[in-house]
Design a protein around this ligand. Structure first.
Ligand code: SF4
Length: 229
């Protein structure tokens, strides 16, 4: 899936990447799975735990969860009720367990190495576009954008796309997201987007006055009655 961006959009996206990575040096959250010792297994599991809940909640169960379940085999063989108890604090436990179990089953079948091809991943039950990207990013070191509603909100406002359709099939947004991530450290850029969208470019009441990209942002310009190129 790809769409052409014009030269101005390309420049804007690259400038946003610079701003985000600069902001991230000071503004980043120190979450336990971002420590140097975290395994690919933990990073991929955490993406399931993070779905529709806060990073603080996941951090609160992180140590206990990964002490009990240190690898895919332990999740594959765990009784559903035990796993449910561990993640119930995060909500949506049935869906979460279903995804963790599906991933664990596949990981065990593949001896711990997930397929690299997106088509092959997305053909597996429980793996959608987002999890396929997370697997490719963390396990195969492919620079993939972890596109969720927060990611979309930031790019949508900044570029003025007004993306009203399903973002998974929005070619322009997908192309801009991949360009944002493809410029150096893809993991750090994804984490910068995640933290920036939670703390600065928030769903309600974005802190545009504290945003290093505000002079280039179409949303901010619209609110301030300014016309950008
Ligand atoms: S200026 Fe405001 S709306 Fe635009 S990217 Fe920054 S925080 Fe988000």
């Amino acid at each position: 899936m790809s769409a052409q961006l014009d030269l101005i959009e390309v420049k804007r996206v690259k400038a946003l990447r610079r701003d985000l990575l600069h902001w991230f040096k000071e503004g980043r959250r120190h979450l336990p799975w971002r420590s140097v010792g975290a395994s690919n297994f933990e990073l991929i599991c955490v993406e399931v735990l993070l779905q529709q809940t806060s990073a603080a909640r996941v951090a609160s169960i992180y140590r206990k969860f990964f002490t009990k379940y240190p690898n895919w085999e332990s999740i594959d063989s765990a009784p559903i009720e035990k796993l449910t108890d561990e993640v119930s604090k995060l909500g949506l436990q049935n869906r979460r367990i279903e995804r963790l179990k599906a991933l664990a089953k596949l990981a065990v079948r593949c001896s711990g190495t997930f397929p690299v091809e997106r088509k092959e991943l997305e053909a597996c039950s429980g793996i959608g576009q987002y999890l396929a990207s997370a697997i490719r990013l963390f396990q195969h070191q492919i620079p993939e954008a972890l596109i969720d509603l927060n990611f979309v909100r930031l790019l949508d406002r900044y570029l003025g796309y007004m993306c009203n359709s399903d973002y998974r099939y929005d070619e322009r947004l997908q192309t801009a997201s991949n360009l944002l991530i493809n410029g150096g450290d893809a993991v750090a850029t994804n984490w910068a987007v995640f933290d920036f969208a939670s703390g600065i470019c928030r769903a309600q009441d974005p802190k545009c006055g504290m945003c290093p990209a505000s002079s280039r942002c179409r949303y901010s310009a619209r609110v301030g009655g300014i016309v950008l190129d």
